[in-house]
Design a protein around this ligand. Structure first.
Ligand SMILES: [Zn+2]
Length: 412
């Protein structure tokens, strides 16, 4: 085997049809080409649209109930009630976070995801068990997906003594990102939580990604304080805020002032378009102002709810649907959040359909990106570093399959 793969007759960015030559896992050439090396593998794309591998910028792999019998959702409506319910469910089920995260990753790969940022629970009653489990999963499945781990204090920081030491230890043991959670709503200590997690990130060279569900002025004040610390500690471009529901409910002057703070510090925003009428950031306005936007699945079929699917093309559709986008530019914007926006946050470069980038590619039957989002059709082929990892919606990588059999799992 020469290590060379040719995708013949694919629909390329811009709509023209052509070929992609892949050598040693990277895109080597794009365009109309005449002859492949004699021993190159050739895959006929049949005019399918080629997209960059999807980036799921916000997942919770360690807590999924994927592959298990149906779990009826019974949590109360508040964040605190959902956290308590999740603790009860996970204690009762006593699942393996390594096996569960592998199950979900297999599904995500089958849907075209080639990179994932996952928030992994770190708490005194868990220690770093979930972190170690997800790291082991990521190592065993690295041929199929790149996993970036956020050490995530799901139960609070200042109100849970011992959590800060665990976050610091997680950073020393390989977590690339330090998480946070509603400093006002959960901890009641805006400055305390932010000072503590920013100090760890600055000391350990980690990025930061903070869950912010707090609404209205509580959320707005939190974003201001996040921006202040980002500037003070020189973490420009390395901080993200996830959800930021408050940005969907502020008056224009307040929103504009916060957008300026986000831009000053190149703070990225994650939204997955929450269900049930919860406000969420105005995507088109933020993108037009230049705010970096990305998206993710959030919890997939877990104790927080059963509706998220782990399919980033469907996620782009949902973002467009909930935002009321109908035009091509709007649909392309949401796809961009699931591709290049996410790649910038997990800091993958080069990325995309360009010579020299790793050949992380997805083929779908669509005329263009807008149609791919509108239809979110089956993934015909998924390549990770130039190797086929899924075909026709099924993860197909040999190493992946054998490792999953080793974990005694059937395909979900
Ligand atoms: Zn989350």
């Amino acid at each position: 085997m020469s290590g060379e793969l040719w995708l013949r007759d694919a629909r390329l960015p811009g709509g023209r049809r052509g070929d992609i030559a892949i050598r040693d896992g990277r895109v080597a050439a794009i365009g109309a080409m005449t002859s492949a090396a004699a021993n190159a593998q050739v895959i006929h794309a049949g005019g399918c649209l080629v997209l960059p591998g999807f980036v799921d910028g916000h997942a919770h792999l360690d807590k999924t109930l994927w592959g298990l019998p149906w779990h009826s959702h019974r949590a109360g409506p508040t964040i605190a009630e959902r956290i308590d319910n999740e603790r009860r469910v996970l204690r009762a089920l006593d699942l393996s976070p390594q096996a569960q995260s592998a199950r979900l990753v297999r599904h995500m790969v089958s849907r075209g995801t080639t990179h994932v940022r996952t928030h992994v629970d770190v708490a005194p009653e868990l220690g770093l068990a979930h972190l170690h489990a997800v790291q082991a999963m990521a190592e065993s499945l690295h041929e199929a997906i790149d996993v970036q781990v956020v050490a995530f204090p799901q139960c609070g920081v200042m109100t849970r003594p011992g959590t800060l030491d665990l976050l610091d230890q997680a950073a020393r043991e390989g977590a690339q990102v330090i998480g946070g959670l509603d400093p006002i709503g959960i901890d009641g200590d805006l400055n305390g939580q932010l000072d503590a997690i920013f100090a760890i990130a600055a000391r350990r060279g980690c990025d930061i990604d903070i869950h912010l569900h707090d609404l209205g002025e509580a959320g707005a004040a939190t974003i201001e304080k996040i921006a202040e610390r980002t500037a003070t500690l020189g973490l420009r471009g390395r901080v993200a805020v996830s959800h930021a529901f408050c940005l969907g409910m502020l008056d224009e002057p307040r929103l504009e002032a916060l957008i300026d703070r986000l831009l000053d510090n190149d703070i990225a925003l994650m939204t997955h378009a929450p269900a049930g009428g919860v406000p969420f950031p105005p995507i088109r306005l933020l993108a037009a102002r230049g705010v970096r936007l990305f998206t993710g699945s959030d919890g997939v079929r877990d104790a927080w709810g059963p509706l998220n699917s782990g399919d980033m093309l469907e996620r782009a559709y949902l973002l467009a649907y909930c935002s009321g986008f109908r035009d091509d530019a709007g649909l392309e914007l949401t796809l961009g959040m699931a591709t290049h926006g996410g790649a910038s946050v997990v800091r993958v470069a080069p990325y995309g359909i360009e010579v020299g980038a790793p050949a992380d590619l997805v083929l779908v039957e669509a005329e263009n990106e807008a149609e791919a989002v509108a239809l979110h059709p089956p993934r015909r082929l998924v390549l990770k570093r130039g190797k086929v990892v899924a075909r026709d919606g099924q993860a197909s990588m040999t190493a992946l399959d054998s490792r999953l059999r080793g974990n005694d799992m059937a395909a979900p």
